[in-house]
Design a protein around this ligand. Structure first.
Ligand SMILES: [Zn+2]
Length: 128
């Protein structure tokens, strides 16, 4: 099941808790650091070298349409190209499959994401 597509169907409108991959991961016993990293969506990245594809979750305040509506001046982007664990370069792909959760949700410890570091102008990739 490609839940990225499924997620898209649920937004806007009510989020079905059973469809939510983040909560599912936590229910499976995966742990998260406290306080958990809160995200509002994700983007797919694909490595040019090893061809691995994975989701990069977006921490609150990064490419954040919810926050942008309230404070457009504080819009903060994430990089188009990041470093893969293999040492290759990974690009943002499947733009049409960007995931929007419609709210903020926690991610578990093993999930890759862009960190919102207040001292940086751009999201910092945390690939795990
Ligand atoms: Zn790679």
């Amino acid at each position: 099941m490609n839940w990225a597509r499924k997620a898209k169907k649920s937004v806007p409108g009510e989020w079905n808790m059973n469809d939510m991959p983040v909560i599912k991961a936590l229910e499976k016993g995966e742990t998260y650091t406290y306080p958990p990293t809160m995200v509002h969506g994700a983007m797919w990245y694909k490595c040019e070298k090893c061809c691995k594809k994975w989701r990069m979750w977006l921490e609150k305040g990064l490419e954040d349409k919810i926050q942008d509506k309230l404070e457009p001046d504080k819009h903060k982007p994430v990089p188009f190209t990041i470093m893969c664990k293999c040492g290759g370069l990974a690009n943002h792909v499947f733009w049409q499959d960007d995931i929007s959760l419609g709210g903020y949700r926690p991610i578990s410890e093993h999930m890759s994401y862009f960190k919102n570091d207040p001292s940086k102008d751009c999201g910092v990739p945390v690939v795990r």
